[in-house]
Design a protein around this ligand. Structure first.
Ligand SMILES: *[C@@H]1O[C@H](CO)[C@@H](O)[C@H](O)[C@H]1NC(C)=O
Ligand SMILES: *[C@@H]1O[C@H](CO)[C@@H](O)[C@H](O)[C@H]1NC(C)=O
Ligand SMILES: *[C@@H]1O[C@H](CO)[C@@H](O)[C@H](O)[C@H]1NC(C)=O
Ligand SMILES: *[C@@H]1O[C@H](CO)[C@@H](O)[C@H](O)[C@H]1NC(C)=O
Ligand SMILES: *[C@@H]1O[C@H](CO)[C@@H](O)[C@H](O)[C@H]1NC(C)=O
Ligand SMILES: *[C@@H]1O[C@H](CO)[C@@H](O)[C@H](O)[C@H]1NC(C)=O
Ligand SMILES: *[C@@H]1O[C@H](CO)[C@@H](O)[C@H](O)[C@H]1NC(C)=O
Ligand SMILES: *[C@@H]1O[C@H](CO)[C@@H](O)[C@H](O)[C@H]1NC(C)=O
Length: 700
């Protein structure tokens, strides 16, 4: 009896101790959503269940940093911030300046009742392009010319590191537009006119977000960790198919046209785990995409089972009406009902919040629709680890503009250059140029202009001119440091022909092209190079052997100058690493790039894409001459090369067969043969360095 009593006392004592312990650690109530051991789905559900309407609507709002403060983040429960093009904390802000700014806003969000972290997004479309001293990679059109998905993955990886270094976890990239008309001002944001090339290039998502590990489900939003960012496939859908290439205009095409040309890269992006999708300003057959419920909710979320969040473009809801913002309440209704989850407002958040609150309270928009939006946003935030690590530290700051990233960008530049002409006759090739010469001339508006070389979306929204706004190597600078020390380099932006004739130059390098532009400002019905480009070509190439390097976001009018020019290189918008240009110009590496677009003869032919019945290009899609590397790199490479010869021959013939078949038959070659055949070709033919065919296998 006594003994049993003692046991009782012992039990009571244990219980008291346990309870008090529990009380000590768990003074705060245990909340499932804060527990990283819980599955993400459980955390989302738990958190959603705790949120008020006000808190839910706040999650759906994205505003520009210029309209934000820590108090605004807190008072309005703002779910997301962005930097629009050129929206930086300071001119020439360092990575640490960026981190401190982002953390300052984040502290506002964390001090709310539920402490839901905000997600900061930015247009990192060719490297971390708003940031001073970041590595600027070639714009997408140049990357399309590389036909090298593995390179794209490494670029995604480097870009993610530079973006995370500034405290930012989310990029509005990649643009997977299929530009069908180069008159479009955003054509350089498109990898290719061919949906198949665009599909391959979505491998950049694997670099930005990380690869979905084996064993995890494909097709579900995924981000691998603290050095990775959430990506955004844009602009859904048909942005590159508008009439005459007019930006934000109308894409007139059948459902079949939409599904075979503009939609396929979305399947790939979703399978690869893309976290978000941005809606296009454009219309499809007269209906604004921002109000297209059938395609956003029906097709993207329904048929394709996309589980991440859908974001509007900048003031995209406003532009549902014409003129923009003429009936904002209606725009909010139409956009949210269409299925848009996060709205890039980006300034007047009180107006948006008031309108959406009104529409929900009066049951124009259901609570289910709001919950769908919010749970998608929370899913991406949990995936990113924002709840565990909401504040960035300075551990990655040296990633911005690192030498390793600049080397990678240089590699991308040399693989993106397309050699269109090499010598006036077949036996008379000018490239590669000799490094040793007595005197050479460098000329043209784009030879020593880093801003021009980078194009739009660089430092400022519309890009910049000159060499002061960020660091990098101009093409002139690259030439200076590549030629022999005894070669005399003369640089004149616009020399007169008498001067050129009377100076006994060994050869000339002319660098001309388009000025920087972004979005609508880049729409052009004439597609000419900027003056005095044509004069420079005529004055220089009329007097001395010359190579013209074209810096442009798309094919431009070249036919009138072709007979004067000895050699022509399409360099697209290469970015900060001018040494990639001289790597191939002087033969340290061979040219391998292939046209990602058709090069037209005259603008009257447009639109004209590979497979069209009126196809009569100056240079066809896929064209690109090759040159040999001047330096033998290593003996073992030579041996391996020899061993590969028979295999390469087989692939060349298989490739030739399909190339020919495709020109004959279809605009959408991927649909012609079974998937395993196309992926076989993708992996073993196009990606293979060895199999980058000599020019004669290209269809002409
Ligand atoms: C930017 O790069 C230049 C040249 O590499 C360097 O001198 C400068 O310190 C860098 N500035 C910042 C803010 O990183
Ligand atoms: C954010 O809050 C944390 C924790 O309170 C603090 O250590 C940090 O200095 C704050 N950061 C900024 C940029 O205000
Ligand atoms: C397309 O552009 C034309 C000409 O600028 C304009 O009148 C029309 O409203 C635009 N259509 C759309 C859908 O934006
Ligand atoms: C806004 O659009 C709605 C729905 O179409 C309409 O009922 C309302 O009258 C419009 N308001 C204005 C001011 O045009
Ligand atoms: C925001 O929108 C509201 C409602 O249309 C308007 O009254 C207010 O002036 C706007 N604020 C700003 C800063 O534009
Ligand atoms: C090119 O060289 C080949 C032999 O090497 C010669 O037969 C041919 O005539 C040359 N063509 C031209 C245009 O010089
Ligand atoms: C760029 O910087 C140089 C040297 O600091 C200066 O002379 C020049 O005026 C600047 N150019 C522009 C366009 O700001
Ligand atoms: C390149 O060399 C030329 C001629 O020596 C010189 O005028 C120019 O300033 C140099 N430019 C760069 C960017 O190195």
């Amino acid at each position: 009896m006594k003994w049993v009593g003692r046991v009782w006392i012992l039990w009571v004592w244990i219980a008291v101790v346990l309870c008090s312990r529990r009380g000590a650690v768990g003074k705060e109530e245990y909340m499932k959503y804060k527990d990283p051991k819980q599955p993400v789905g459980v955390r989302v559900k738990d958190l959603l269940g705790r949120m008020s309407l006000e808190e839910k609507i706040g999650q759906m709002v994205q505003i520009d940093r210029i309209a934000a403060s820590p108090d605004i983040m807190k008072d309005y429960y703002i779910g997301s911030l962005l930097s629009g093009g050129g929206s930086t904390p300071l001119p020439r802000a360092t990575a640490a300046d960026w981190v401190n700014m982002v953390n300052d806003f984040q502290n506002g969000s964390l001090s709310t009742r539920l402490g839901i972290p905000m997600i900061y997004g930015i247009d990192a479309v060719h490297g971390h392009n708003n940031v001073y001293n970041a590595t600027i990679f070639p714009h997408n059109i140049g990357l399309g010319a590389t036909r090298d998905p593995e390179l794209l993955q490494r670029i995604g990886d480097a870009t993610a590191a530079e973006v995370r270094a500034t405290g930012i976890p989310y990029v509005f990239a990649p643009c997977i537009a299929v530009c069908r008309d180069p008159r479009w001002g955003r054509c350089y944001e498109s990898y290719s006119e061919d949906p198949k090339v665009v599909r391959e290039m979505t491998d950049i998502i694997l670099g930005l977000q990380g690869e979905i590990p084996n064993g995890l489900r494909k097709g579900v939003p995924y981000v691998a960790g603290k050095n990775k960012v959430a990506a955004c496939a844009k602009h859904f859908v048909g942005d590159g198919g508008t009439t005459k290439g007019i930006n934000e205009n109308n894409t007139l095409t059948s459902m079949h046209g939409l599904l075979s040309i503009h939609m396929p890269a979305y399947y790939d992006s979703i399978i690869k785990g893309v976290s978000t999708v941005m809606v296009s300003y454009s219309s499809w057959n007269g209906q604004k995409m921002h109000a297209n419920r059938e395609l956003i909710t029906g097709f993207l979320k329904g048929t394709l089972k996309f589980k991440g969040f859908v974001i509007s473009d900048w003031q995209g809801l406003d532009r549902i009406t014409s003129p923009p913002h003429s009936n904002y309440t209606y725009s909010v209704l139409a956009g949210v009902l269409a299925g848009i989850d996060m709205i890039m407002v980006p300034y007047n958040f009180t107006e948006f919040i008031n309108d959406l609150t009104y529409l929900v309270k009066n049951r124009f928009i259901s609570m289910d629709r709001i919950d769908d939006a919010v749970q998608r946003i929370l899913l991406v935030k949990f995936n990113l680890g924002l709840f565990e690590n909401p504040l960035a530290d300075l551990s990655l700051v040296n990633e911005v503009g690192s030498q390793a990233h600049r080397d990678l960008a240089r590699e991308a530049v040399r693989k993106s250059l397309v050699l269109l002409k090499n010598g006036k006759t077949a036996n008379d090739s000018l490239l590669p140029l000799p490094k040793k010469a007595s005197k050479i001339l460098v000329a043209g508006t784009h030879a020593d202009n880093l801003g021009y070389q980078c194009g739009g979306w660089t430092i400022a929204w519309q890009g910049f001119s000159g060499n002061n706004d960020t660091s990098g190597t101009t093409i002139l600078g690259a030439i200076n440091s590549t030629v022999d020390k005894d070669t005399d380099v003369v640089y004149l932006e616009n020399p007169d022909s008498e001067y050129v004739k009377s100076n006994d130059f060994s050869y000339a390098i002319v660098v001309v092209g388009e000025p920087p532009y972004t979005e609508t400002a880049g729409d052009s019905q004439t597609l000419t190079m900027v003056d005095p480009g044509p004069d420079v070509i005529n004055n220089v190439c009329g007097a001395v052997k010359c190579v013209v390097i074209m810096i442009s976001g798309r094919p431009v009018v070249m036919e009138p100058y072709m007979s004067t020019i000895d050699a022509l290189v399409a360099a697209w918008l290469p970015g900060t690493e001018g040494l990639g240009v001289t790597d191939v110009l002087f033969g340290d590496y061979g040219f391998t790039g292939k046209l990602p677009r058709t090069w037209f003869k005259t603008v009257n032919q447009l639109p004209m894409n590979v497979g069209d019945s009126h196809y009569d290009p100056l240079f066809p899609f896929g064209f690109g001459l090759t040159t040999k590397t001047m330096v033998a790199r290593s003996v073992s490479a030579g041996v391996r090369r020899a061993a590969y010869v028979p295999i390469v021959m087989v692939f060349l013939f298989v490739g030739l067969y399909f190339q020919v078949k495709r020109t004959k038959l279809s605009r959408s070659p991927a649909s012609l043969f079974p998937r395993w055949v196309s992926s076989f070709l993708l992996n073993h033919f196009q990606n293979s360095r060895m199999a980058r065919g000599p020019p004669q296998i290209q269809l002409c």
